[in-house]
Design a protein around this ligand. Structure first.
Ligand code: GUN
Length: 747
């Protein structure tokens, strides 16, 4: 879409016939996605706001929405067009794009909302869909039954059931036009799930979440969060999710973080008519403001005072523009946050703008968590407002599963450090999943109980300050478990450079907090360490080795000052390096402990200028692994992938060929591609959706995976862009960014 100097924009190119109706995810942050919906009136990039156009009252002309604001899609009401003879005639004769004078994607609603407001509509289920098709809409909506939050369970059940019963007839009437299949269910978790599961079985293009307007009008944001959590996980991942009637910018970040792709709203115009200004901080009254809360282009030459003096019509138009520009700006901010991997941080910030939104956010992120995940004790590290939120959480238990789906969608490895945002930081889903992986996968070297030394008091990197101390301690006390206290929890010393733990960007007191022994012991248990004695060493002190000796002597671990034979150092350093690589393979690449030991034990290392391991070389002289210095991760080479895959395949291949889903949940997950894709993958090309036969259920976006052909032969490896359900559901886009080129490595 090109913008010209005269303020116009080219009309959109229709998507390729074979792509129409497909939704492609091009970037993501957990459940939040940046997508492209392919239509015959161009590509609709998501997350997107579809402004509501009332064909009778066009506050801002649709053409201007396209030309000036680059709005790629809008929504209008087919029932209103159907009811007004002049509109109907124009639409039937020349099409809805001509009626609205708009070249982009047009979605139409069906009249359900009118039935909610006015009681009933006269149009038939089949009739309204046929009508939408006849006027050439891009995305039509079936006539669903609106479920209000004040309805009884029986009434809502009936609304869900009737909506489901209307699906077949509606889809038949839509023929090849993309159709919205709205999810109803009021505030009942099980009915939302039932609605999503059943509607998901039909061939809809998009799933709007309906019945939420009165919930938002009443600021019941906690109920809105519950509805999202109950619904999203049940919907087919390859279809966009639309929030019907939601257009307040304050809500965008939280809803996008939970998986919303589309929004529509008349709020920009309705609020303007009422002299109210939208903003991500909440709503303002024009009468109360001295200065614009957001200085957007349409008001740079206006003061609020001057706008107050305008006549009603002019003021409504200007405030509508203001509201639209502010709304688009927040959407753009959300998109950038998804690209950066900070959408939950944005939601966290926005949650402070309205007490009901804060309540919803705390409700989402403070629920009692499944075992193996941080419990209240972690939060005891910081005195916070979450304990109260948890105490007032009557339904905690039943939501665990829904919340863990959000957590499990997070990619862990992030290039940048973690910015501290107060106690909310500990509940960011990607932090929860990083802790979960560490706790589930990492194992201490010695089984049984051991003494523990915790290094506390300074931010990373810890190696320059502590490596020598750790090596010397290990030479005299080989069974001593040494860990670092980070603001995100305990980290085994062997993983001291691992993000997000190693790079927290926050005030220095974060590393100097008083540690609570009960909390520490619990945290150690989650890391499978049964601690005898727990000693805490303040590494902020001078003369660290002497201070450590004093501490160990005082607690009876040493008899005399730490005097060591430094001729042992190279051997000890090698041992520490071995442990570092081993732990990364286990925690990050999910390699089975015994396989990792077997692989690493006979390796040698190429050391870089800073003394850190650059390459890991196996006994045959093959470069198999490289630790990444930027984020503490590990990169697997082509030869390394072969070596790891061979070990895994021994246990997971049945005699009659490879069958994913029989694995033990260990090893980099395997993805099987169709024969047509094999020669491309062998040459290092990415794996595309539509060519995937099957995959391991633990495939996760952002993690290393192995690519095999249908016989189970390894043909490449790369970083998955999708989770297992998405790998099999998505029909367009990149599934795996291939990092190998077997055609060169194995010539
Ligand atoms: N607009 C706002 N809410 C709804 C809804 O639940 N269904 C339909 N079809 N349109 C809506």
């Amino acid at each position: 879409m090109t913008a010209w100097m005269d303020g116009t924009r080219d009309d959109p190119e229709p998507s390729r016939e074979s792509d129409r109706g497909k939704f492609e995810v091009v970037a993501r942050d957990g459940c939040a996605r940046i997508g492209k919906l392919h239509t015959s009136h161009g590509i609709l990039e998501t997350p997107a706001l579809l402004p509501v156009i009332n064909p009778n009252i066009r506050t801002i002309e649709p053409r201007e929405m396209w030309d000036r604001y680059g709005i790629q899609g809008l929504i209008t009401n087919s029932y209103i067009i159907w009811k007004h003879d002049d509109l109907k005639q124009h639409a039937v004769e020349k099409g809805v794009h001509d009626l609205l004078n708009y070249p982009g994607v047009i979605m139409t609603d069906s009249g359900t909302f009118q039935s909610y407001v006015y009681g009933d509509v006269e149009v038939g289920v089949e009739e309204i869909v046929e009508f939408q098709r006849s006027i050439g809409v891009d995305i039509a909506t079936m006539l669903d039954v609106f479920s209000r939050p004040d309805m009884t369970e029986e009434e809502v059940k009936k609304a869900v059931k009737t909506t489901i019963e209307r699906c077949e007839e509606s889809l038949k009437a839509a023929q090849n036009v993309m159709l919205n299949g709205p999810i109803q269910g009021g505030i009942y978790r099980h009915l939302r799930k039932q609605s999503a599961q059943n509607m998901g079985r039909f061939d809809f293009a998009i799933h709007p979440i309906g019945g939420i307007v009165p919930i938002m009008e009443q600021h019941r944001y906690k109920d809105l969060a519950k509805i999202m959590l109950a619904t999203i996980g049940e919907l087919p991942p390859e279809r966009p999710r639309h929030m019907f009637g939601c257009g307040h910018p304050m809500l965008f970040s939280m809803l996008i973080a939970l998986g919303a792709d589309l929004f529509d709203s008349a709020a920009y115009a309705i609020f303007a008519r009422d002299n109210r200004l939208l903003s991500p901080q909440g709503t303002y009254r024009l009468n109360d403001i001295h200065s614009w809360p957001e200085l957007v282009p349409c008001v740079v030459n206006w003061t609020p005072e001057a706008v107050r003096k305008l006549d009603d019509e002019e003021r409504t138009v200007l405030l509508s523009r203001y509201n639209l520009e502010v709304t688009l700006a927040e959407l753009s901010r959300c998109k950038q946050a998804v690209h950066e991997g900070t959408i939950w941080q944005l939601a966290e910030q926005r949650s402070h703008q309205h007490p009901a939104l804060r309540e919803a956010f705390l409700w989402l992120t403070t629920r009692p968590l499944p075992s193996g995940m941080p419990s209240e004790s972690l939060e005891d590290l910081v005195q916070d407002d979450r304990t109260a939120a948890r105490e007032h959480h009557p339904n905690g238990g039943i939501w665990e599963q829904d919340w863990s789906q959000v957590v499990d969608r997070q990619a862990i490895q992030r290039k940048k450090g973690e910015r501290w945002g107060g106690e909310d930081t500990l509940s960011r889903p990607h932090i929860l999943v990083a802790r979960k992986h560490l706790q589930q996968r990492w194992r201490p070297e010695s089984s049984g109980s051991s003494d523990v030394l915790i290094l506390n008091g300074k931010p990373g990197p810890w190696r320059q300050r502590c490596d020598l101390l750790v090596l010397r301690l290990k030479s005299v006390l080989p069974d001593l478990e040494i860990l670092v206290q980070t603001p995100l929890g305990l980290l085994p010393y062997s993983l001291e450079d691992l993000n997000p733990f190693a790079q927290v960007d926050g005030p220095t007191w974060l590393w100097k907090r008083r540690l609570n022994m009960v909390v520490l012991r619990e945290e150690l248990q989650r890391l499978h360490i049964e601690a005898d004695r727990i000693l805490i060493l303040d590494i902020g002190q001078d003369k660290l080795i002497q201070q450590a000796s004093n501490l160990l002597i005082k607690h009876g671990l040493l008899k005399e000052e730490l005097i060591v034979d430094d001729s042992q150092l190279p051997k000890l350093r090698d041992e520490l390096r071995r442990r570092q690589i081993l732990d990364k393979l286990i925690v990050l690449a999910n390699v089975n402990y015994n396989d990792a030991v077997e692989l690493i034990d006979s390796c040698t290392y190429v050391i870089g200028g800073t003394g850190r391991v650059k390459n890991v070389i196996d006994k045959n002289g093959n470069h198999i692994l490289s630790p990444r210095l930027t984020d503490g991760g590990i990169s697997i080479t082509d030869l390394g992938s072969k070596a790891i895959h061979e070990r895994r395949s021994n246990s997971d291949f049945a005699d009659d060929g490879f069958s994913p889903y029989v694995g033990r949940g260990e090893g980099p997950p395997i993805l099987v591609v169709e024969q047509d894709a094999v020669e491309f993958v062998l040459r290092g090309r990415n794996v595309f959706h539509g060519f995937i036969v099957s995959c391991d259920p633990w495939l996760k976006a952002g993690q290393t995976c192995f690519i095999v052909d249908e016989q189970g032969t390894l043909i490449g490896h790369g970083i998955s862009q999708c989770d297992a359900d998405e790998a099999l559901g998505y029909r367009k886009g990149i599934a795996v960014r291939t990092r190998s080129d077997f055609s060169k490595t194995f010539k």
